[in-house]
Write a protein that binds this ligand. Sequence first.
Ligand code: NAD
Length: 965
Amino acid sequence: MIIAAALPRLRRDHRLAEAEAVARLKKLQPREPGPIEAMALELAQRVRATPPGPLSAESFLRHYGLSTREGVALMCVAEALLRIPDAATQDALLREKLALGQWSSASAADWALLLTGKLMQWHDDPSALKNAIARLGEPVVRAAVRQAMRILAEQFVLAETIEEAVKRGAARAPCVHSYDMLGEAARTAADAARYMELYARAIRAVRPPDTISIKLSALHPRFEELKRSRVMAELLPRLRSLAELASQRGVGFTIDAEESERLELTLELHGALAQEFPAGLAVQAYQKRALAVCEWLVELGHQSGRRLPIRLVKGAYWDGEIKRAQQLGMPDYPVFTRKAATDLSYVACAAKLLEAPDAIYPAFATHNCRTVATLLQIGQGREFEFQKLVGMGDALYDLLLAQQQVRVRQYAPVGSFTDLLPYLVRRMLENGANTSFVHQIADPEVPLEALVADPLAQLPEPYAPDERIPLPRNLYPDRLNSLGVDLARRDILDALAQKIASDPPLPAVSSATDLPVLIGRASAEFESWSSVPAEHRARRLDIAAELLEGRMAELVSLIVREGGRTCADAVAEVREAADFCRYYAVQCRKAFGAPKVLSGPAGERNELHLHGRGVFACISPWNFPLAIFAGQVAAALAAGNTVIAKPAEQTPRTGARAVEILHEAGIPADALILAVGDGESVGAPLVADARIAGVAFTGSVETARLINQSLAQRDGPIVPFIAETGGVNAMLVDSSALPEQVVDDSVISAFQSAGQRCSAQRILFVDEGAAPRVLDLLAGALAELKVGDPREPDTDIGPIIDAPSQAALARHIAKLRKSARLVGEAPAPTAKGTFIAPIAFQLALADLPRTEVFGPVLHVCTYKRAELQTVLKWLRETGYGLTLGIHSRIQSFVDEVIAATRVGNTYVNRSMIGAVVGVQPFGGEGLSGTGPKAGGPHYILRFATERTLTVNTAAVGGVTELLTK
Ligand code: NAD
């Protein structure tokens, strides 16, 4: 553990309050900004006056900033076009994206020219493009745009092979290069092996002082904290062998920076390499930990006796960092929310690196005139280099090279245009390049003085983070977001694993034997609970949410041990339960707080009141033992009902603990009563009891039918029945989809929680053209999953809930092994138990299952675009309608699928599980459930009865509102 000494500092700063982080950085800024300002302004003036080379990447960005529709349209085309195998889909993409633009700007001319000159007239007439498509025919346009995309690719990508890149690089002296062999991160062992080979080949081809950049996620399919021991055992030796080769040839290398959750692991690997080699590393200034990282690197350089090449960048994954922190409910962001704060951090880090020339050889990657001017000043007399991206910042660096003695290195992506262009474009799209310096310097509307202004002067005083980016906790206007757990942090993971390992064995539980008595108690409590003010009920639920979050570790341990869920699943469950409590508290205040006053004739007051109905039976499944259990109960209680809550027989302890917590929050003991037992001996008599005023059920469609029949046979009032049941959930993928993204999302959707989610993907419909790559990746990704004991944090897939379910799945798989084509499967479980290793089979449409297979089995079916309607008809005819995934870059495809399906929750270009309370209200239609959706605004209403009150106000004193007019 070489990095151990730095960890406390790094962890302290990881999600530090931004104001605190900035306060520290402010003290580390240059004392005399005057000369910096003057130099920055002069540089900026000259850069703005230099027109970018025609057809350069910069000119592309200048003309089509990502804030324009045309820019986004062209980027979308660039991202997808080259990978689409069939002409029809290519045309569909072009038709759709190019029709979006107003191609009237004169600056379109050079890009129009690219299209073999044939579309030159775009800029004269906004509709010219559409006319051109009509006139020339789509094949010509397609060929022309493909050609244009290649030319565009050549601006960003130095060459397709390293040998060619080295040749071209040599012609660009005095610039030296750092070659970057990247594309997507590896998803499979084969990908990683291929990248390994590419890096080794690059090291052999490169001549010093050129260097290479290494992306760790390309060299291992599971480069993540959870897989630390695999990473150390497999990736470190690979890196070592590359480093050895590099050192034999005298070629320098730098490890690239990636997402913030990979930082500790990256530092660990880099620290190990630095003991033997002068290993380089990229540091992202936008991270709050950046300064602590630089301090650590200085120590590492001193301690190892090596001068480490360190590249300082601003950071390229900002949007993703913000989004992920919000999704995971993190206490704060790992990155700054303001660009000016990142600029301060950059300068502070640069100063730190420059201070230690014996330990560090700094490289400053920037295209920003102010940053360059600052570095030239604070780096006077020090040895360092600038770095720039191929195709970017040319004017600035040409100027610098002409004026001063500076060293400039180009960061040069190398690889096939088909792979790299989409990758680079995605980076640009994700990072909103229109806020970047490169974009703004081209915009005459942005005054240069403002552009090069001191970042210190741009900060609010007192400092506050960007108000448009609330803390993850404050994402919603009317309630708190649930607090998550950072499972990418080793210390947190270890503490959780330790807690789970040291908890005592699960206690025995006894079944409810006196159900009629329990129902009697709940009935007696109803009058009192239903008449307390809504605010009082809501407040209890808010408190329950806090208690749930406060007991995170205890609940995670229970869910893991009793329900066989992984730690990540269990954390998500506790969060969902807390979200349900807070969400229904908000709904309770809104709907039950005061009567709704209705319009009507003069002299009359009309009000609509909502009331509880009586005793609700809440019957939940084992697969979300806390979230669904707590969600049903919270809604029923919020609406003023008392509740008999029956957890599934497999997970009674989690249900019991939830009831205890709700009682602790102030729900009276008889307003919420636990009834443990199986369906037959407790569930069935419960719903059959005439005192039950409503049933909320989640489970299988078969049980839902039984309950429905039982309710129908009861005498007395007809009561509401809310049933959420299963699904035959499909993902539809066309040939414009990104295969890597499809497979990432399919693996999550089909196999997470061992496929034991109602929302889980059961079928993958993939376009024939995209199928070979998708299925190849799927097989490779399956091979990387660990199936085993969920108490081990690195387990991806835990057990099947019980032996009968496991046996049923095993029978289904045995049948498919004989009748279908095996696509791929996960390795055998690493522990003994009721496991089923995830598996995928390819079948014909007619052979696909029409009922729910509740486990980690994915059924793949390929289709031709012309057969889409047949596939959609098949899907409708299953009668289920729970979740649906769509992966496509073509809106008309997405629209066509949505129009022809009847499904509760549809997800486009993402995974299809993990609905968030209040954000994606959840629930299906047809055989999948009655609705209303859980975690949606209408759910709580179904638990209520409505009463109106009409008062003839004229009876006492006339129609006052008329008389007083
Ligand atoms: P299940 O139907 O076997 O059991 C669900 C609950 O019903 C359990 O508490 C059980 O004891 C009870 N029950 C069983 N027979 C009963 C009867 N005759 N009368 C009253 N209660 C009875 O379902 P499960 O195996 O626990 O859960 C898996 C199923 O749940 C899957 O089909 C899954 O798709 C579905 N599910 C749906 C959703 C959703 O929101 N749509 C969410 C999670 C699970």
